[in-house]
Write a protein that binds this ligand. Sequence first.
Ligand code: 5GP
Length: 193
Amino acid sequence: MKDKGIALVISGPSGAGKGTLVKMLTQEFPNITFSVSYTTRRPRRGEKQGIDYFFVDKERFKELVERDFFAEWAQVHGNFYGTPKIEIEQRLDKGLDVIFDIDVQGARKLKQNLKDGVFVFIMPPGIEELRDRLEKRGTDSKEVVEKRLKNAKKEIDAAREFDFIVVNDILSEAYERLRCIYIAQKSRVYPDR
Ligand code: 5GP
């Protein structure tokens, strides 16, 4: 029987570099598939429907919540985000690994459902560095950046709930740690599968 895939949940504050690290990992390991979330946020420049997110309006999102479509959903920085249930179990059963880029509230909810999930918190080196990154990214207004920073402080307090913490000061070093975590998980013995 083929081994089940692993669920790798990547969380942490906005601007910590989750998205970049997730992209690097999926590029290096083709067995890792990205869980594309649904969001009511507007697409940023360069973001593609169905690749980065499924962009939907609030009505549609509400409808999906009512249909119990999401494994978890949360309101993050004023927009709604949700992880679709479809496919997660199927992919894992097929031996594919699934990686999630979600906020702390979502990670907590997934922890209740994904028994063998691996939960990794990406820690920014500091609040000022985070501010700098969010401002340089240039994708959000000043007001949105402030909101994201306020939330970041709360999220950092939750880091201890995770299995691993990766500080993303120097990207190449953070990536090396993350890929080691992934490789170690792939080598683990799971007695019940
Ligand atoms: P952004 O708007 O920068 O793409 O994402 C904002 C935050 O929402 C990030 O922390 C991201 O990880 C989180 N996020 C993205 N998709 C989901 C999801 O499906 N569920 C939850 N709970 N958070 C998500």
